[in-house]
Each structure stands twice: as C-alpha cells, then as structure tokens.
Design a protein around this ligand. Structure first.
Ligand code: GLY
Length: 368
C-alpha cells in the first residue's frame, strides 16, 4: 500500500502596531465577509477604534458579542452560534475575527476550525495574556464538564495583529495575569528578561485601573517586553508545533495552576493561577528534583511579590481532584513540566512524574 503525505500549513503572519493595519485591509480582499467575535466589554470600550479597523476590510462584517473570560468558552454557546450563523447561510470564504483576550481567541479559533472543516482565523489580542500566549501557536479550546480546554483543536491563525493601544485599558489584575505568562517564559528561556520584568514591577505598582492616562505611558514600557516573551514561546512552538514533546515545557506552572483555576470556578485569572502554580511546582522541584536553591530563592521571591495582593490558599482534597484530571497526566501518575534553573530547561527530561501528595506540603496548603 502506498503512503500518502499531507502537509499541514501552520504559518501565521504577525503584525505589530497600528501602522500595520493596512495589511488587514489587504488580507481581507480574499474573503466574502467577516464573522467578528468580540469581548462585549472591550468592544464597547474601544468602539470607534474597532469600527475604523473593521471598515478597512471593505467587506461585510457582523459582530457577535461574547461574555468576558472563561464564560465565552461554553460548549452550548459554540453549538448555538454555529446553528445561528449557519441558518443564515455561510460562505466558505468567510473569515473569523477575534477581538479580545485569550478566552475569545480560544473560542473563536475553535469555532473557525470546526465550522465547515475550517475557516481562516484572524486575531486582535487585547490583553497581555493573549499577546504573549493564547494568540500564539494555534491552540484552540472550549471547556466542558471535565475541565478547562478539554475540547479543542490545532488551528493556526492566518494573521495576528498586536496593537499596544488595547493594553492601556487593562485593569491591574488583568495586567498581572499577563505578567504571569511573561514571567513563565522568562524562567524558561531568558534570565535577562526575568531581570527586566523585575525592574518593571517597580513601576507596575503605579498601574491604575483603566481610564487612566498614565497607563498609556506604561504601555510603551511593557510592549517591548511582551515581544521578548513572545520570542521565547515561538522558538519552542516552531520546534514542536503539535506538542509531541518540547512544547510541553510551556505547561510549567499549569498542572497546579489549572487545578487552582478550576477550584475557583475560573474566578482566578489564568496568569495569576500560573504564577501560584509555578511557585508550587518549584517547591516540588527544590524538594524532589534538585532545582538549584539560589535560583529557587530568586524566582520565588519575585513570584511572592507579584502574588502579594492575591493571598491564594486552597483545600488539598479539592485541589487534588482537579490536579489528577490534567490533560498531561498518564494513566496513573501526575506530571509537571519543570525547568532546570533560571532561564533554562533540559529538553530530554523536563517532564517529571509526581505524587499528588507532594503538593500537600507546599505553601498553598500552609497557614499564614
Ligand atoms: N499555552 C501553552 C501552549 O501554547 O503550548
């Protein structure tokens, strides 16, 4: 029997800054219409700006408002929207446009990949978290009863537009959540970026909730750091786009982090859960896997200062229930992804089998 070789195209064009917007107009010339999935709050906050951008497509578009955060990744919402949009008649030359944070790009990417076996997906990430993580690398997802991101596909976006203007209206907590993934990327790939993020923390304290003009000045400082953090992720994704091995390292902090998010009923923002997840998993690294003491102290002191206003505590039994459901797990053991020190990881051995009981002795479950 002959073997057939199929090529899966997963190239994405990334564009930075408002000066890149004419490229959106050019890109849209290949489509009939746009299905725009937008975070309802972001859309109202940036209405004029967004309508100007969409007008540059010079084709018809319809905006579908989605709820904020994980509520958007609802399996019934996906079903209802698919029915509603298809009832009206849908062209194969429609493209799906996401405007919002990571939950919106996850959901709309899933919609795009499943609708008529795949429509093009264009993303305008509006949070730091989405810019450094969710909009990069082709993962799409919705949630079901088994947990977060349990239903999903690989569908690399056609283009992503990174516009710093959106970041000035983030709340302090949303920014902290984005910093969580940036800090993770720095721990995995760059001690230098880690130091730059430590320096940023000094001015982060002055970050006010949205509508404050001073935030836009801070955006100029954080945007170059966002780009450095993206590069670390993309180097890893380019080597292993479909997560056969290396890409699992990006799950550092996520085994504990996802369990905390689920336990909070997704009230805890993803990147903040990852900050705490890294803290917890590093304690296991120090205790059981020779993680260097000096790097541990440096990283944990930074994580603790970022987490100061959050004071996350958990109950072990509830935590354990979600921990053992993680997608990375093998049949009978729990797995974490652990770097080998600040700015590095061993590609051959970063996946560590852990006993869930080891978590019980970490600071998450200690008083005070
Ligand atoms: N968020 C982890 C990844 O994209 O692989």
């Amino acid at each position: 029997m002959d073997n057939f070789l199929f090529r899966k195209d997963f190239s994405t064009n990334n564009y930075f800054g408002e000066e890149s917007l004419p490229e959106f107009g050019n890109l849209c010339s290949q489509y009939d219409n746009l299905l725009v999935f937008a975070d309802e709050f972001v859309f109202s906050l940036h209405q004029n700006f967004l309508q100007n951008i969409l007008a540059q497509s010079r084709i018809d578009y319809e905006v579908f408002s989605l709820p904020r955060g994980e509520d958007a990744k609802d399996i019934d919402l996906w079903k209802n929207l698919t029915n509603k949009i298809m009832e009206k008649g849908l062209s194969r030359k429609s493209a799906v446009v996401a405007i919002g944070g990571g939950a919106i790009s996850d959901f709309s990417g899933f919609f795009a990949s499943t609708c008529m076996r795949g429509l093009d997906h264009i993303i305008f990430p509006t949070t730091v978290l989405a810019m450094v993580d969710a909009a990069l690398g082709g993962k799409t997802a919705i949630n079901n009863k088994a947990g977060k991101n349990m239903v999903g596909t690989w569908h690399f976006p056609e283009a992503v537009f990174f516009l710093p203007a959106f970041l000035g209206t983030l709340t302090g907590r949303e920014l902290l959540s984005g910093l969580g993934e940036m800090v993770k990327h720095s721990i995995l790939g760059s001690a230098e970026l880690f130091e730059e993020l430590q320096a940023f923390l000094e001015i982060f304290e002055y970050w006010q909730d949205f509508d404050k003009e001073s935030n836009f000045t801070l955006v100029e400082k954080i945007f170059p750091l966002v780009i450095s953090a993206q590069k670390i992720k993309m180097e890893i994704v380019q080597k292993d786009p479909f997560q056969h091995n290396l890409r699992y390292i990006l799950n550092f902090g996520h085994s504990a982090g996802h369990a905390l998010e689920a336990l909070s009923n997704y009230k805890l923002l993803h990147g903040i859960a990852v900050l705490q997840g890294m803290r917890t998993e590093l304690e296991i690294g120090l205790e059981y896997f020779n993680f260097p003491q000096k790097d541990f102290e440096l990283i944990v002191s930074f994580l603790d200062s970022l987490l100061e206003s959050e004071s996350i505590k958990s109950d072990y039994e509830g935590f354990r229930k979600y921990l053992v459901r993680d997608k990375k797990n093998l049949k009978k053991s729990t797995i974490i992804s652990l770097p080998s020190g600040l700015g590095k990881f061993e590609s051959a051995s970063f996946l560590k089998k852990v006993d869930p009981l080891w978590f019980a002795n970490t600071n998450l479950f200690r008083d005070g």
